[in-house]
Design a protein around this ligand. Sequence first.
Ligand code: ADP
Ligand code: MG
Length: 274
Amino acid sequence: MLDAGRTQETLLEVNNIEVIYNHVILVLKGVSLTVPKGGITALLGGNGAGKTTTLKAISNLLRSERGEVTKGTIHYRGERVQDLSPSDLVKKGVIQVMEGRHCFEHLTVEENLMTGAYTRTDGKAAIAADLEMVYTYFPRLKERRKSQAGYTSGGEQQMTAIGRALMSRPETVLLDEPSMGLAPQLVEQIFEIVKSVNENEGVTFLLAEQNTNVALRYAHYGYILESGRIVMDGPAADLRENPDVKEFYLGMSDTGRKSFRDVRSYRRRKRWLS
Ligand SMILES: Nc1ncnc2c1ncn2[C@@H]1O[C@H](COP(=O)(O)OP(=O)(O)O)[C@@H](O)[C@H]1O
Ligand SMILES: [Mg+2]
């Protein structure tokens, strides 16, 4: 049986990639993941685990940070995309929403949204229709459309960043840490919008999040990244019920957060002793 919102078709396939910064700092140590069409896939892990690096490796934004994919392959719809520029990738339907909700602060909210349409060639009417589509998902942005983005709230800037990505008519959005710095109620609101865009527009999401709790409630499938390695993956519903995930990522224990790998090796040791 298929999960709701998921089909079998694979859009993105990351196979065993290694990423090195500045020729020496090895950050990703063989990361593999698959993003099926029409799903919300979560890439989870604490600060510094390598989530942003993984998304930037996919969207080809590493080069500007002196980072390089030194091993492994990345395919989108079966085509190798490692050597494409970020804007070529946008033309193929893949766009990244950067961590920290980057907006053009001196432009208005609406001008920011319109910058998302720059690669499109399907004419003004289609672009205007999509602007209305973005405003139906984010009514708040319609109210604030003439405001300078730099003077809007953190939540409104996150909405603007996501709305701008939608203006490129993406097939896949790489969404980096949308919850960062936002109050819980606003986080929930943003995830609800992501869910309805996924369900109604069929947009596929690869979502990087430290907030495991909220991400696993909205995603269909999750990967847990620790120190540049995937330590676990599975359907979101299974991960939510997994005792180790509960203990170490969902804060359902009072021992505090430890490394997932520490627990595993601890268990292994325990098995040997008994
Ligand atoms: N431009 C860079 N140069 C060197 N090291 C970096 C750079 N960007 C990130 N790192 C390092 O890579 C690791 C993973 O970072 P990142 O991908 O941002 O993790 P996350 O998004 O999961 O917090 C961290 O140890 C970080 O310090
Ligand atoms: Mg990050």
